[in-house]
Design a protein around this ligand. Structure first.
Ligand SMILES: NC(=O)c1ccc[n+]([C@@H]2O[C@H](COP(=O)([O-])OP(=O)(O)OC[C@H]3O[C@@H](n4cnc5c(N)ncnc54)[C@H](OP(=O)(O)O)[C@@H]3O)[C@@H](O)[C@H]2O)c1
Length: 254
């Protein structure tokens, strides 16, 4: 029973932004749970190195494309469905952030972040959901942020995109539930990954987060993987439209 609840044997999963960080941790765990992994990133060499890591845990293929390239998105989903006959799980994880004081933020900055963090998730989800709904089964998991529910200075586009991703999650949950497709989101707090490199290099900011977080530390990327596996697995069969916050308790305090 316990094993069956978290078993992904025979399932096909696409994880965007899986060359490092959260995406790579998700891919390792999903592969170990039995899924055939299709991992995505923009750079063939780093993605190939990541695939070598995932292969130690199970089956893996690579799909090199930029998630903001809508033609590549459509082509990739179609190719997965043609090769494997289905796509069961999509994790919209690829993300970028641009941190600047408001006066320095350009419209190009705004558009770049919205494109990768929100519009691409919509394009991927829609392309994947159409087939999932026809087959009567699917799981879509969006990697939001505590910035899906809170605001913070100097990251207006990221905050707007991550709030939007929560709205997208609820919209897809409402529209696709009847077809056996669930859509949920995860809201990570502050974790030690490359997207936070410039924050991690500032000891006073590291300390600020430690003090704001009841667990008194940053998260490690592998500490998010169990939450993603839960939402992808039979254990979450009746969970839909949910935001699973994994932040060491940060957003529960004032
Ligand atoms: N770390 C945190 O504390 C935290 C907190 C809340 C939310 N998140 C979210 O978690 C997700 C994963 O971030 P992370 O922390 O693991 O950061 P990361 O280590 O910087 O990983 C980001 C991944 O996205 C890929 N990527 C970026 N732009 C892409 C694009 N246009 N097309 C395809 N792939 C792209 C990168 O690969 P390439 O550069 O090789 O393409 C990389 O694999 C993001 O959505 C982020 O917003 C992170």
């Amino acid at each position: 029973m316990l094993q069956r609840l978290f078993d992904l044997t025979g399932q096909v999963a696409l994880i965007t932004g899986a060359s490092r960080g959260f995406g790579l941790e998700f891919a390792k765990l999903f592969a170990e749970a039995g899924a055939l992994m299709v991992i995505n990133g923009r750079h063939p060499e780093t993605l190939s190195t990541a695939a070598d890591v995932v292969r130690k845990h199970g089956l893996v293929e690579t799909a090199v494309f930029d998630v903001s390239d809508s033609a590549a998105v459509e082509a990739t989903i179609a190719a997965i469905e043609k090769t494997h006959g289905k796509l069961d799980i999509l994790v919209n994880n690829a993300g970028i952030n641009i941190r600047k004081p408001l006066e320095d933020v350009t419209l190009d900055d705004w558009r770049a972040v919205l494109e990768v963090d929100l519009t691409a998730a919509f394009a991927l989800s829609r392309a994947a959901a159409l087939g999932m709904a026809k087959r009567g089964y699917g799981r879509i998991i969006n990697i939001g942020s505590v910035l899906s529910i809170k605001g913070r200075a100097s990251i207006p586009a990221y905050t707007a995109a991550k709030h939007g991703l929560l709205g997208l999650t609820k919209s897809f949950a409402a529209e696709l539930g009847h077809a056996g497709v669930t859509c949920n989101a995860i809201a990570p707090g502050y974790f030690e990954t490359e997207i936070n490199r410039e924050l991690l290099d500032r000891p006073e900011f590291v300390q600020f987060i430690n003090e704001r977080t009841p667990l008194r530390r940053w998260g490690k990327p592998e500490e998010l993987a169990g939450a993603a596996l839960f939402l992808a697995s039979p254990a979450a069969s009746y969970v839909n439209g949910h935001l699973l916050v994994v932040d060491g308790g940060m957003t529960t305090t004032i």
